[in-house]
Design a binder for this molecule. Structure first.
Ligand code: HAM
Length: 420
């Protein structure tokens, strides 16, 4: 026998038993987005590597360790997208969308790729629902985007989730904070891991993200951004808090939220779920007022978030919100003999065209096996057709739930089922 080929590590196969949950999340995400006036954007699965280096940041784990990069036949270097924001910003600049009426409001449902160590809630190919809004610096935009995420999480029936928010300041106040951070970490320089020693020179904020136990214990006592905000950033955060309070969205200020990508300014936030393991951030986002300019576009502020679909599923399972009604056929037609099979196909095809889920035997099975299969599918009604039924044009329609049956005109089946 030939060797079996397996899927790449950290990817997944999703079968019809699991797909309805994915579809429910995708549908609810689209519905909620539409209610907030967000339209769908689709961008390529791969982009020039330079986009992510400049957009996400050279000194981030995503760019340094987790990218899937490749060279094409003409030696151009590309990367599978590790996230959606940089691509959306690139698409806006490239297509001149900044001259459209502001704010621009987009959402996406995409696969992303990061070379990470797979575990529950973390895979190498993963799926995000994300939104991005451009053209407003106002804290009411932050509140709106957070409210969209909050609405979706609630509509999916996820209850064990808390919103954490923080402000990481702007280019005006960040240098002062950066200085304080460098001083703090410099006083522990010998204990830091080698990567963090390097990060301290290039991007000290990233040290706060380090997963090594020693670095993260040093990070615990590090100064908090919130204590170094300029007046504008401070007021921005205060207004956002007032808006969230007014909208009844509960949150905690969490000075440890810095996010793993470099483009953020001012507001950052995460929705964190208890009970789904170490990968507990179901949604992460924030403001990125400098990204458009950094990628060669005009100065247009932005804010957005992305949610991991597999983490949403884990959260839904955790609180029992993952039950989806099975797709059961309204009718199962059991034919006996070739002429009856032809009639059965005619019936189900008419019903399917009329929007009804109907099945018939296409495996030439015995009547007993057909009825067993109809039962397994959960068919609500069955109709057995043999030669005599074909001749009389009448057959017994059986209500499987009530175990009752009645004679009907075969050609009147649509009207009978409509009333059922
Ligand atoms: P992120 O925090 O890197 O942000 O990812 C957002 C979410 O994607 C995470 O909170 C998590 O739910 C999910 N996620 C990330 N990595 C994985 C993985 N390896 N496996 C499964 N799920 C994962 C961003 O991607 C930003 N682009 C979000 C954003 C949009 N900020 C502003 N606009």
């Amino acid at each position: 026998m030939a060797n079996k080929i397996q899927k790449p590590r950290g990817t997944m196969d999703i079968f019809p038993s699991e797909a309805p949950l994915w579809q429910k999340i995708e549908k609810t995400a689209r519905d909620v987005s539409a209610r907030f006036g967000f339209g769908e954007i689709r961008t390529p699965t791969f982009e020039e590597l330079a986009l992510f280096k400049r957009g996400v940041g050279e000194v981030t784990d995503v760019v340094q360790k987790e990218m899937y990069t490749f060279t094409d036949r003409e030696d151009r270097v590309f990367a599978l997208r590790p996230e959606g924001t940089a691509s959306v910003v690139r698409a806006i600049i490239e297509n001149g969308k900044t001259s459209d009426a502001m704010p621009l409001k987009y959402y996406y449902l995409i696969s992303c790729f990061r070379y990470e160590k797979p575990q529950a809630g973390r895979s190498r190919e993963f799926f995000q629902f994300g939104t991005e809004m451009f053209g407003t610096k106002d804290p009411s935009a932050d509140a709106t985007v957070i409210s969209l995420a909050d609405t979706l999480i609630k509509e999916l029936g996820i209850k064990n989730v808390k919103l954490h928010i923080n402000s990481i300041g702007c280019p005006d106040c960040r240098p002062k904070y950066r200085q304080a951070l460098v001083e703090h970490f410099n006083s522990h320089i010998d204990e830091l891991c080698d990567t963090c020693k390097e990060r301290l020179k290039t991007n000290p904020l990233r040290v706060l993200d380090c997963k090594s136990p020693i670095c993260s214990s040093i990070a615990k006592d590090a100064p908090a951004t919130i204590d170094y905000l300029c007046e504008d950033c401070h007021n921005h955060l205060e207004s956002l808090r007032a808006h969230l309070d007014a909208m009844g969205i509960e949150y905690t200020i969490d000075t440890k939220i810095v996010r793993g990508l470099d483009y953020y300014t001012k507001t950052v936030f995460e929705f964190i779920c208890d009970g789904i393991g170490a990968q507990s951030t179901v949604c992460g986002g924030g403001r990125y007022d400098g990204l458009m300019e950094q990628l060669g576009g005009p100065s247009v502020p932005g804010i957005g978030f992305a949610m991991g679909i597999t983490r949403l599923i884990l959260a839904m399972k955790e609180c029992g919100a993952d039950k989806i009604e099975d797709n059961r056929p309204l009718l199962y037609v059991a034919p006996l003999g070739t002429p009856a099979v032809t009639k059965a196909l005619e019936i189900v095809s008419k019903l399917r065209s009329a929007g009804i889920y109907a099945e018939c035997d296409i495996c030439a099975r015995s009547l007993k096996a057909q009825m067993k299969y109809a039962d397994k599918l959960g068919a609500r009604y069955t109709l057995i057709i043999g030669d005599s039924e074909l001749e009389s044009g009448k057959a017994q329609l059986k209500n499987m739930e009530k175990s009752e049956q009645a004679e009907i005109e075969i050609d009147n089946i649509y009207n009978v089922l409509k009333e059922a």
